[in-house]
Ligand binder design. Structure first.
Ligand code: AFP
Length: 313
C-alpha cells in the first residue's frame, strides 16, 4: 500500500484496465504485451548483442535482440487466443494466426525499435498498434488501442484505447503500476527532435526548423523514436519530425508500426501528427512496409510545418 493507503497510485495495469471497463479480450491482449516486455527488458539487460546472421525486410542486419524480441512478442500474441493477424517490423509478410475463428484483433508491432542503439546503451522501445478485425491495412484512425514500452533508466509503458493516455512504471517486482494520466500537450513547445540529414531537407522543412530555432527551441534527438517521442509527450511540449528528404520523399519511419500508434497516442494527448500534407491517421496503407514523412507534437507546430511545406515544398 502506498502513502496514506492511496491504492490509486499503485493500481496495476490489469486493475486499471478493468476499472476503465476496457473490453476483456483487449485487456488480455494489452497484459500479454506487458508480460512479453518483461522478457524483452531482461534480454536487453543481459542478452547477446551479437548479430543474428539473418536480415529483415529492409535488408538490415538483425541483431540477436531484434530476433529474440520479435520471437518473444509473437509467441505471446499467437498464444493469446485473441489475435488473428500479425505484422512485425522484423518479418516481411502478414502472419495469419490459427484461432478457430476466435481471434478478434489484428496487431502490427516493432519489437525493438532503435535496436542499433542498444550496444551504446541508449534507450529503445517496443511499439504496438491494435485493430479490431482481420485487416491490418486499415487507416490508423481505426486503431482501437496503441502502446509503447520504453526501455530506459526506468521501464515505462504508455497506452491509449481512445480515452486518454496513461503511463505506467515497471516496479522492482516487474509489475506495471499507474504513474499518471498524461496531461494534454501545450499548444506549442520548446523542444524539437529533427530526424534525417539536415542538408537533405526541403525548403519548407528547412524554413520550419530555422523558425523553431529562432524561437529558441532546444534540439533533443537520440536516434530512438520511442525515447524522443516520449520526452515530448511526457514534458507536454515539442515536436518530432522525420521529414521527406531529397532522394527519400517518403521519409524513413514505418506507417503501420511506428507512425500510426504514435499518432493515435499523440492525438489522444491533444497533439497532432501529419505527413506534411495530411493527418497520419487518415493515410490508407498500401504496403506493410510503407514509410511516411512525420511531423508529430504540438498542434500549432504541426500546422505551421504543413503550411510551409504547402508554400515551399
Ligand atoms: P533502427 O530501429 O534501425 O535503429 O531505427 C530507429 C528508427 O526507426 C527510429 O527509432 C528513429 O527515430 C529513426 O530510425 C532514426 O533514424 P536516423 O538514424 O536516420 O536518425
Amino acid at each position: 500500500m502506498g502513502p496514506a493507503g492511496d491504492t490509486r497510485l499503485h493500481t496495476d495495469l490489469r486493475r486499471h484496465l478493468r476499472e476503465k471497463d476496457i473490453d476483456r479480450d483487449l485487456t488480455r491482449l494489452i497484459c500479454e504485451i506487458a508480460d512479453a516486455s518483461k522478457y524483452i527488458v531482461n534480454a536487453i539487460r543481459t542478452g547477446d548483442l551479437g548479430m543474428a546472421g539473418t536480415s529483415n525486410l529492409y535488408g538490415e542486419q538483425q541483431l540477436a535482440l531484434d530476433v529474440l524480441s520479435d520471437r518473444i512478442l509473437r509467441k505471446r500474441l499467437t498464444h493469446s487466443g485473441v489475435v488473428n493477424t500479425i505484422v512485425s517490423e522484423e518479418t516481411s509478410e502478414v502472419i495469419k494466426v490459427e484461432t478457430n475463428g476466435r481471434g478478434r484483433f489484428a496487431v502490427a508491432y516493432d519489437p525493438l525499435d532503435g535496436s542499433s542503439l542498444v550496444d551504446v546503451n541508449l534507450a529503445v522501445g517496443t511499439i504496438v498498434s491494435i485493430y479490431e478485425g482481420h485487416d491490418i491495412m486499415q487507416p490508423g484512425r481505426n486503431q482501437i488501442a496503441a502502446l509503447y514500452v520504453l526501455y530506459g533508466p526506468r521501464t515505462t509503458l504508455v497506452y491509449t484505447s481512445g480515452d486518454g493516455v496513461y503511463e505506467f512504471n515497471m516496479n522492482h517486482l516487474m509489475e506495471y503500476t499507474l504513474a499518471q494520466k498524461v496531461s494534454r500537450l501545450a499548444p506549442s513547445g520548446s523542444i524539437y527532435s529533427p530526424g534525417g540529414q539536415r542538408n537533405l531537407y526541403s525548403k519548407g522543412v528547412e524554413k520550419f526548423v530555422s523558425q523553431l530555432e529562432e524561437e529558441g527551441a532546444k534540439l533533443r534527438y537520440s536516434g530512438g523514436l520511442v525515447p524522443d517521442f516520449n520526452q515530448i509527450l511526457i514534458k507536454g511540449k515539442g515536436m518530432f519530425l522525420y521529414p521527406h528528404l531529397e532522394g527519400k520523399p517518403s521519409g524513413k519511419l514505418r506507417l503501420l508500426y511506428e507512425l500510426n500508434p504514435m499518432a493515435f497516442i499523440m492525438e489522444q494527448a491533444g497533439g497532432a501528427a501529419s505527413n506534411g500534407k495530411m493527418r497520419i491517421l487518415d493515410v490508407q496503407p498500401e504496403a506493410i512496409d510503407q514509410t511516411e514523412p512525420i511531423f508529430i507534437g504540438c498542434r500549432k507546430e504541426v500546422e505551421e510545418a504543413e503550411q510551409l511545406i504547402a508554400e515551399l515544398g
